[in-house]
Design a protein around this ligand. Structure first.
Ligand code: ADP
Length: 153
């Protein structure tokens, strides 16, 4: 099973969409294995968004991510990285397909509700950035056989 990072951004919290967004991942069949609410800092965002450091809007992105606390979630499931990424939709939310999280709840390229890891490799790096081993909860999933075929477990 893959694990991926989702960050529910400050706009998601302030607009009262935390429950809606978490509910989508639950209903899809993903398993929540770690979750915490934190205030992000400039230091961690310089690392997390390093690939955007030369963009003119870099400081705006960081300011948006520090405007209120965020909810960090680790979701687990078959092909979880790609599934979650597709559920989030296009970065530029005004072009995101209806039915995706961004396509349903946002109009903005910046204030686009969620961060999701874009590859398995980056998911591992990002999860290590925000979680330690003791943050993860190991608990049974008795409905897994109703969610997956044997070769998907
Ligand atoms: P994603 O979050 O879809 O993986 P990126 O890694 O490219 O996308 O960008 C990280 C975040 O930076 C986006 O989620 C968004 O908040 C912000 N961002 C990206 N591109 C733009 C843009 N053109 N204008 C404003 N903000 C942007």
């Amino acid at each position: 099973m893959e694990r991926t990072l989702v960050i529910l951004k400050p706009g998601c919290l302030q607009r009262g969409l935390i429950g809606e967004v978490i509910s989508r991942f639950e209903k899809r069949g993903l398993k929540l294995v770690a979750m915490k609410m934190v205030q992000l800092t400039d230091e961690v965002l310089n690392v997390h968004y390093a690939h955007l450091k030369d963009k003119p809007f870099f400081q705006w992105i960081k300011d948006g991510m520090m405007a209120a606390p965020v909810i960090l979630c680790c979701w687990e499931g078959y092909s979880a990285v790609q599934v979650v990424r597709e559920m989030a939709g296009a970065t530029r939310a005004s072009k995101a397909v209806p039915g995706t999280i961004r396509g349903d709840y946002s109009m903005s390229a910046q204030e686009n509700i969620v961060h999701t890891s874009d590859s398995l490799e980056n998911a591992k790096i990002e999860l290590e950035r925000f979680f330690t081993a003791s943050d993860y909860c190991d608990y049974p999933s008795p409905l897994d056989h109703y969610k997956y075929a044997p070769d998907e477990l």
